[in-house]
Ligand binder design. Structure first.
Ligand code: NAG
Ligand code: NAG
Ligand code: NAG
Length: 674
């Protein structure tokens, strides 16, 4: 990167170090320099932040970039940076460029409403040389019942001196007695200049030249219509590819920086989400990132890959308040001699810096606790299954008090997650004061852990949980197992996509192959004459177990249920009860019926009932929500020699109904039962 621009890329903290160093170097031979040093710690290199109030909009300029925000609406209409007059798409309406929004409905009515949370009043919270903080507020009243979601909304925008980007956070509040409401989704959205931003990056591996909005308009909508076959793209290299925003989803724990690169001039626009505390449903909840448009999002909450369970449901006048963000919208640039793709590496570096600075020390809202107002929880997790072991890379988190596993549906409070080290130790930092349960799950083991007592985190508290032992469900020794208990179907067979429906990005990335479009129909191609048959001890789940239990495409848009068969041999049958552990990684409007030995036409031995709305098959996920069933089998229902277990997904009709298995195990009777 060029020297001059490199300085511009530096974060505030690094700049201060450089400014102080420069100060010492310069003062060594120039006493007069000292006179120009300001009192705020040596930020002499950067001009003060300036706020200009201009009737229907405000402009904030820190010498690095300039942002224009409609006032009092609190909607970003312009970002000028590095010679680009407006990074945002100014062919779009002013309220369709940089905005917060939520989807909501009145539960007594099915109508889905989109609310852009337009502000009614502007308050200047801070306006000095180092920080401008603006608050765009809207207060809800009963007279707004049909037009606006019943929330008080305070949208904040913060610009710091010497910072190459801006922060936004929002405080949503509901007062006691307000009407029932369901809120499905909340996010901040930026729509960029389509002529400039063509290259998108969501991770080291997942980056590419993207189709434009018009390319999609000219293409052929697939099923769902968010997926489009590019029949006539402006860039002919993209012809014949499928584009779908859901192919760029990420788990929240990995959804920390993504965005777009413009090559001329070389400029990057990035969404940095430095914490997951305000997102919902735990660390592996999946959501959208950036997508063709060009669009960049920070998704605060949604029903994606989870379904209706994840709508935020307010009943009986329940009061509520929550802070979403701050997120950081980062701008970077290099000289024209440099490779613009290097802006991704710099954005990632900036993401690490922002994450390290969390919790921030500058937001003025008292609803956002600073570092010293938060607490710390430490401990060690062991797992006692067949033998006692350290829980390596286990997910350990604090979430509002609930039931075992309830964090994956929880959506009103804050969650704080970490992973254990290889000795099982964990440290959960920066926890907001409040009551929590401590939850955990351990890759390699089934089920969920919850500590028996509620944890009360106080301001500044350091809570030692000591050594905790998770005892996963187990009634006896493993007779056989299929897959790995890790809440995904990633270890199973993910087919090659239909060559006419490819996203070339994933053509050479086996671990991302599940993101291809249309894999549900590959089942019928692979099993044209009969359904999947798996023989324990002979078959290999990596090649012989299709990653999703989907319906058979019999043509004419008709999909029929399928039955998978597992053959297993028992040398002899031990007196006592056997147990089947059936762990699902996803379910969508599905029902799994289990038959053992008996014909599949008879009443099922077990059924899950109709479950799930996570839509992970259609949205190219490798998991949705997690389900675990334990099924008791009497020894008299098994026999020495060959046994057979049938798994029928009974709900046909469409391609997207089905399940993904995480793991299946047969346990023998416990040795002490004999
Ligand atoms: C296709 O389905 C439609 C609607 O169910 C039906 O009317 C039609 O006869 C079917 N065509 C064929 C070829 O099966
Ligand atoms: C075995 O299962 C049966 C039927 O559910 C139950 O009544 C019995 O108590 C179980 N036996 C043991 C040892 O758990
Ligand atoms: C669990 C179950 O249904 N087991 C059946 C296996 O088949 C034998 C013989 O047909 C039945 O007696 C069991 O009930």
């Amino acid at each position: 990167m060029g020297k001059k621009k490199e300085v511009l890329l530096l974060s505030r903290r690094r700049m201060m170090v450089i400014a102080v160093l420069l100060f010492f170097i310069l003062t060594a031979d120039s006493k007069s320099f000292r006179n120009t040093k300001n009192d705020s710690g040596g930020q002499v290199l950067y001009p003060p932040v300036q706020l200009h109030m201009q009737g229907d909009h405000v402009v904030v300029d820190n010498g690095i970039f300039r942002i224009t925000i409609a006032s009092p609406e609190g909607i970003v209409t312009g970002i000028r940076y590095n010679g680009i007059d407006n990074i945002l798409n100014d062919h779009k309406e002013k309220n369709d460029r940089g905005y917060w929004d939520v989807n909501w409905s009145d539960p007594s009515d099915v109508k889905d409403n989109l609310d852009k949370l337009t502000g009614d009043q502007l308050d200047v919270i801070a306006n000095d040389e180092n920080q401008v903080e603006l608050s765009f507020k809207r207060y809800w009243t009963l007279s707004r019942k049909d037009s606006d979601v019943s929330l008080n909304v305070d949208k904040r925008f913060v610009v710091l001196r010497g910072s190459s980007g801006f922060y936004s956070y929002g405080i949503f509040e509901r007062q006691k007695g307000w009407p029932d409401v369901d809120i499905y989704q909340g996010r901040i959205v930026f729509k960029l200049q389509d002529k400039l931003f063509r290259y998108m990056a969501v991770s080291d591996e997942r980056q590419r030249v993207m189709p434009t909005f018009e390319d999609r308009e000219r293409g052929e909508a697939l099923d769902y219509p968010e997926a489009v076959l590019l029949t006539d793209p402006s860039n002919s290299l993209l012809k014949g590819e499928v584009d779908d925003k859901y192919q760029y989803s990420a788990e929240d724990k990995d959804n920390r920086v993504h965005g777009w690169i413009c090559s001329d001039p070389p400029v990057g626009f990035w969404m940095i989400t430095p914490s997951n505390e305000f997102r919902t449903a735990g660390p592996i909840k999946q959501d959208l990132t950036s997508h063709a448009g060009p669009v960049t999002l920070s998704m605060f909450f949604s029903t994606h890959y989870a379904g209706i369970d994840l709508r935020i449901k307010f009943r009986d006048g329940e009061p509520w308040k929550k802070v979403f963000g701050p997120v950081f919208i980062y701008l970077n640039s290099v000289t024209t001699e440099d490779n613009p793709i290097s802006l991704w590496a710099d954005a990632k570096e900036e993401m690490f810096q922002q994450t390290e600075s969390w919790p921030y020390d500058f937001p003025h809202s008292s609803d956002y606790p600073r570092a010293h107002q938060r607490g710390l929880v430490t401990g060690r997790l062991l797992v006692g299954d067949v033998e006692l072991a350290r829980a390596n890379s286990a997910f350990v988190g604090l979430a509002p008090p609930g039931e075992i596993g309830s964090w994956q549906q929880e959506n009103k409070g804050y969650q704080f997650w970490t992973q254990t080290d290889d000795e099982g130790y964990f440290t959960i930092k920066n926890v907001r004061p409040g009551f929590y349960n401590l939850y955990a799950w351990v890759p390699g083991y089934i089920g969920d852990y919850m500590h028996h007592s509620v944890v009360n985190v106080l301001q500044g508290s350091r809570i030692r949980m000591g050594t905790l032992v998770y005892e996963p469900p187990r009634n006896g020794p493993t007779v056989w197992e299929i897959g790995v208990p890790d809440r995904t179907a990633a270890e199973f067979y993910v087919p090659e996509p239909n060559p006419t429906l490819m996203n070339q990005l994933y053509a050479s990335q086996r671990t991302e192959a599940f993101r291809q479009y249309g894999l549900w129909d590959r089942y019928t191609d692979l099993y044209p004459d009969g359904d999947l048959v798996y023989t324990v001890g002979v078959s290999n789940y990596e090649t012989d177990w299709f990653f999703a239990h989907v319906n058979r495409n019999v043509g004419n848009k008709t999909y029929l249920p399928t039955t998978w068969t597992i053959f297993f041999d028992l040398e002899d049958v031990t007196i006592g009860n056997y147990t089947i552990r059936l762990a699902l990684a996803s379910a969508n409007a599905a029902e799994v019926q289990v038959h053992i030995n008996n014909s599949k036409d008879m009443l099922p031995f077990f059924t899950t009932g109709l479950i799930g709305r996570d839509n992970a098959i259609a949205r190219h996920g490798i998991h949705g929500l997690y389900w675990l069933y334990s099924i008791n089998v009497l020894h008299s229902q098994l026999r020495a020699g060959r046994n057979v277990m049938y798994l029928t997904q009974t709900r046909g009709l469409g391609p997207f109904r089905g399940v993904m298995y995480d793991y299946i195990r047969l346990e023998g009777p416990s040795r002490s039962q004999k």
